[in-house]
Design a protein around this ligand. Structure first.
Ligand code: AMP
Ligand code: MG
Length: 526
């Protein structure tokens, strides 16, 4: 299909909605490659779209990945272009042309085999060329997928919709994560509508247009493996290798080579999650990307008051997906992928060994991440104790993960000024333990001269964000947006583009939530 978007008026391209609903001077041509695999893998699935869609949020950064300049929902001069984007990214444009597809996958949910799932509310519009392959991690295209544009053959008993609340969280968080340096699917724009959607109460519908080089999940492989369709499994492997890991095609055992790559990428991903205090919340195998990118933002959260057992997901009563368990769960999920690929790998021990590459990559990535966060430079023998004691201290004091690390960087820059009040506040429960630990860090950094120490502190500021998408900030933006005002959401979006830079006037977005706020929790309903 061709996506009918208009170039930004400022780009010099003519704008205007042509007769018959076809719009735009420079439609973005999308092609489908997955559909070539055949009907066993997908369903042609026209989106239902949204009545009277409104373009509410756009990511200029994500649009740039496609080589387009987006219109601004705030700018009256862009009204026509906004209508065109709303038409395209609500699914209304694709409703008529039959080019969208939904794919079938399965998965393990909370450790149990869940059987067939599939894109119950996701429509793949196709793939657009990526003008800058480096931004797409070397891939030459971006897949464009709508989430919430209506029912598909895989919707089971659900409505195929996404509510504004959860769409806003996905939009804001996926862009924020990218700017934090965490691999993730991107969010191009958010379109909403007055269409009522029933959850715990009646809410309104929205659609997020997402970009990724691939939306393939572990669950895609599990689906064909568990149903014994090994020919289809091989077809899917060949497609995935050719698209995502072409060098694995040369390996003696391409399925094994792919598994190794996915294990390594997943390890890097989870180490990044741990370091920024991100808890995915639903690490089911159907929510694990074959690229090793963050995918499917549901009941996620950033740890505020640090508790290793924190999970934002209220349905996760046993904390299976808590912060501290994410690495072990990722490995478990990789074992599920290995099991699915076993008919193609053929050697169980080799498959197990490939999964163990997770630990081989995770351990050093996590170690390096924490060394950078604490300004320690290359690891020394005693550093693991220093790091572990810091984490234990954060937990004992329920210190805010983000504030504590950021303030630690300030202290490393100016130790003579004493621990900043904002740091001390986080450790009010055990002030002496903080002082003792800081003294150890001071001794560890003692050999640095002033210039080296300043450089170390500056590097710490690039490893410890000042801003993350805190739950209470997201909730405030949602409440406003539900009343039709996207100002707070746009402000958050802008500030979170530069999470490692303190931005004057945005102090309120850097603060820990009020002490009595309690740990943020969310249900799966979205
Ligand atoms: P999730 O927990 O959001 O990853 O979703 C698990 C499965 O349920 C996936 O197959 C989703 O596509 C599907 N799903 C979730 N919400 C809906 C919905 N509102 N309508 C249709 N399918 C849904
Ligand atoms: Mg999902």
């Amino acid at each position: 299909m061709a996506l009918d978007f208009l170039a930004h008026p400022g780009s010099g391209a003519p704008s205007g909605r042509a007769a018959g609903g076809a719009v735009g001077p420079a439609p973005l041509a999308l092609r489908q490659t997955f559909s070539r695999l055949g009907p066993e893998f997908l369903s042609d699935s026209p989106p239902q779209g949204l009545p009277e869609p409104r373009l509410r949020l756009v990511s200029e950064d994500a649009a740039r990945l496609l080589g387009v300049r987006p219109p601004s929902p705030d700018d009256a001069r862009d009204a026509e272009a906004c209508a065109s984007w709303a038409h395209s990214f609500s699914g209304n444009a694709a409703a008529a042309d039959g080019s969208a597809i939904s794919t079938v996958y399965a998965g393990h949910q909370f450790g149990n085999w869940a059987g067939q799932l599939g894109d119950g509310r996701a429509h793949l519009l196709g793939e657009a060329p990526a003008p800058d392959a480096a931004q797409a991690c070397g891939h030459a295209w971006w897949e464009v997928q709508l989430k919430g544009a209506g029912r598909t053959p895989f919707s089971r008993h659900a409505d195929g919709r996404a509510v504004l609340r959860s769409s806003l969280r996905e939009f804001l968080c996926s862009e924020a994560m990218w700017h934090l340096g965490v691999p993730t699917t991107r969010a191009l724009c958010l379109v909403d509508s007055d269409l009522p959607v029933r959850r715990e109460r009646i809410e309104s519908a929205a659609v997020v247009a997402r970009l990724s080089p691939s939306f393939l999940r572990f669950g895609h492989f599990e689906h064909f493996s568990h149903s014994g369709r090994h020919e289809a499994l091989r077809k899917l492997l060949d497609y995935t290798v050719a698209r995502l890991q072409p060098e694995a095609a040369q390996a003696a055992n391409p399925a094994l080579a792919l598994l190794s790559k996915v294990a390594a990428a997943t390890a890097q991903l989870v180490a990044r999650w741990q370091c920024v205090g991100f808890v995915h919340g639903v690490m089911n195998t159907d929510n694990m990307s074959m690229l090793g990118w963050t995918i499917d933002y549901g009941p996620f959260g950033f740890v505020d008051a640090f508790d290793p057992g924190y999970t934002p997901n209220t349905t996760d009563a046993y904390g299976r997906y808590a912060w501290a368990r994410q690495p072990a769960v990722a490995r478990w999920n990789l074992l599920a992928l290995a099991q699915a690929l076993l008919p193609l790998i053929g050697d169980e021990q080799a498959a197990r060994d490939a999964v163990e590459e997770f630990a081989e990559h995770f351990m050093p990535a996590m170690r390096d991440g924490m060394q950078a966060k604490l300004g320690l430079g290359p690891a020394r023998a005693d550093d693991p104790d220093l790091v572990q004691d810091w984490i234990d201290l954060l937990a004992a004091c329920r210190a805010d993960w983000t504030v504590s690390h950021r303030q630690l960087a300030h202290w490393v820059a100016h130790p003579q000024a004493g621990a900043p009040a904002a740091l001390r506040r986080q450790f009010a429960a055990w002030p002496q333990r903080l002082d003792d630990w800081l003294e150890r860090l001071q001794r560890r950094l003692g050999e640095l001269d002033a210039a080296q120490r300043a450089a170390r502190a500056a590097a710490m500021l690039l490893a410890n964000p000042c801003y993350v998408l805190r739950h209470h900030l997201g909730q405030a933006a949602i409440a406003q947006a539900q009343a039709g005002d996207f100002g707070a959401a746009r402000r958050l979006q802008q500030v979170l583009r530069r999470p490692y830079e303190e931005q004057p006037g945005c102090e309120d977005l850097a603060e820990a939530p009020p002490a009595d706020a309690g740990p943020p929790v969310l249900s799966c309903s979205s």
